[in-house]
Ligand binder design. Structure first.
Ligand code: ZN
Length: 68
């Protein structure tokens, strides 16, 4: 599912878009333990509210509709 590249302190995370259900991926920077940002879905271009928690080498991601 996810590939952790500790060397680069980044990993690619996959999740399903809450609007269109397509699987999309984002690059997560592990140097920031808790992140929250808005990113447009690369498939349907609608704004996603992404919340990301990094705990040593596991990454928890949540993508929700930003208009809720
Ligand atoms: Zn989408």
């Amino acid at each position: 599912m996810s590939v952790t590249r500790a060397m680069f302190n980044q990993s690619e995370q996959h999740f399903e878009c809450p609007y269109c259900g397509e699987r999309i991926s984002v690059l997560v920077d592990h140097s920031v333990p808790h992140q929250r940002y808005i990113e447009d879905c690369e498939v349907c271009c609608r704004p996603l509210s992404i919340e990301c928690t990094i705990d040593s080498d596991s990454v928890e991601m949540q993508a929700t509709r930003s208009d809720d």
